[in-house]
Design a binder for this molecule. Structure first.
Ligand SMILES: [Zn+2]
Length: 395
């Protein structure tokens, strides 16, 4: 082993997710296990009794070790908060896409420093709760300069940066939707593509139509970006179809699906990313995860962390909701929150702990992954390693 190698032994349950992150539903775990980290990667996993020697050793004392969570859908570049809107909604007012504009106003008038501080606070909160990879979208700027600024800030905390100029039509273009779509797929895209890996569109009544979304995604693809879509969140619609036609890596939300949508998700090389924090915070019905899984679709779980419709940064909370209210098994939910998220980001180096994977892993203050749903709301993530380095926690 290399001189920097670390052996973690005495692992009660080691969730490895099998040899490759690309297997659908490939949850796998070893009991009484050990793992060796070397050069920032997983060098070996297996039974503790057969563990090789390493430069240093750590006893997990029966606790569980899992791949770090991959949160493949988050909106962290914003200013302000909307707790009053949440309280009013809980008192009976419905959620509509229009609330986004309140955050757009606050974000445009915020300083770089204020946006950066809020972003870093949320990213640190996620890391402490076990999220070792996060995706981060723009979408609260909606001018060329403000979108560019949001993406540059996002790139400070993650390589998974998503240009979401097509979040909503801003008020100054209320009388000229076509003009805004031309801006998003023209000059704004030209300014934002160099800062981004992905392009996303909110394809929904009150946001962008199928034709508008397809035009934006096509321009993004031509500029070298991968596609993702906010699809079928608030009602039935064309989002999933548009995502498949654009070759998207993921259709996100998938709350209101027809049988044809489910067939599309099961047959396309595309992940259905479910965001139960949004249904929790808007009192919409949860997506039917069972229907998707039984059809053979690959499912990811993510937070959708944003100040309007889902202000949680906690993947363990989403796992608990998925198990309790979406009829996912604990194993399916953990796979979806790790390997599923990796697949939604088309990454094979994360989301699993096979030899050669990036050493992004978490240790729970619990003997198995089941506790993430069994003990909801309890901070069970005891330690977090990113690229083999201990970055958070108590051992
Ligand atoms: Zn979203």
């Amino acid at each position: 082993m290399a001189p920097d190698s670390t052996l973690i032994t005495g692992i009660g349950e080691l969730v490895t997710n099998g040899p490759g992150a690309a297997d659908r539903g490939g949850f796998a775990a070893i009991t009484d296990a050990a793992l060796v980290i070397s050069g920032g990667k997983v060098a070996w996993t297996g039974p503790a009794a057969r563990a090789p020697a390493a430069d240093s050793a750590l006893d997990a004392a029966g606790r569980a070790v899992l791949p770090g969570f991959v949160d493949s859908h988050a909106h962290l570049v914003f200013a302000g908060e909307r707790s009053a809107e949440f309280a009013a909604r809980m008192a009976g007012r419905p959620y509509t896409a229009g609330g986004i504009l309140a955050t757009v106003r606050a974000t445009r008038s915020a300083s770089d420093g204020a946006l950066r501080a809020n972003l870093r606070r949320l990213a640190a909160e996620m890391l402490a709760a076990g999220t070792t990879t996060l995706e981060c979208k723009s979408g609260y700027g909606l001018t060329v300069a403000d979108e560019q600024r949001g993406l540059a800030l996002a790139a400070e905390v993650t390589p998974e940066v998503t240009y979401l100029g097509a979040h909503v039509v801003p008020p100054e273009f209320a009388g000229d939707r076509a003009g805004y779509v031309d801006l998003v797929r023209g000059p704004m895209l030209a300014a934002c593509a160099p800062l981004s890996r992905w392009i996303d569109v909110f394809c929904e009544r009150g946001a962008f139509s199928a034709d508008e979304a397809a035009a934006v995604l096509a321009a993004g693809r031509a500029a070298g970006l991968g596609a993702r879509v906010h699809a079928n969140q608030l009602g039935p619609g064309p989002g999933v179809r548009v995502a498949a036609e654009a070759g998207a890596a993921s259709a996100d939300h998938c709350t209101y699906l027809t049988d044809a949508d489910v067939d599309t998700l099961a047959s396309a090389p595309m992940v259905a990313t479910l965001l139960p924090g949004a249904e929790f915070a808007t009192r919409h019905p949860y997506p039917d995860a069972r229907r998707l899984l039984d059809a053979g679709a690959a499912v990811a779980l993510a937070t959708d962390c944003n100040p309007g419709s889902s202000f949680t940064s906690s993947m363990p909370f989403c796992i608990a909701l998925a198990v309790r209210d979406m009829r996912m098994t604990t194993q399916e939910a953990v796979w979806a929150a790790t390997a599923g998220g990796a697949r939604a980001l088309r990454r094979t180096d994360i989301g699993h702990l096979g030899a050669g994977a990036r050493a992004d892993l978490i240790m729970l203050d619990a003997p198995s992954h089941t506790y993430l749903a069994y003990r909801p709301g309890v901070p069970l993530v005891a330690a977090v390693w990113q690229g083999g380095r201990l970055v958070s926690g108590r051992l």
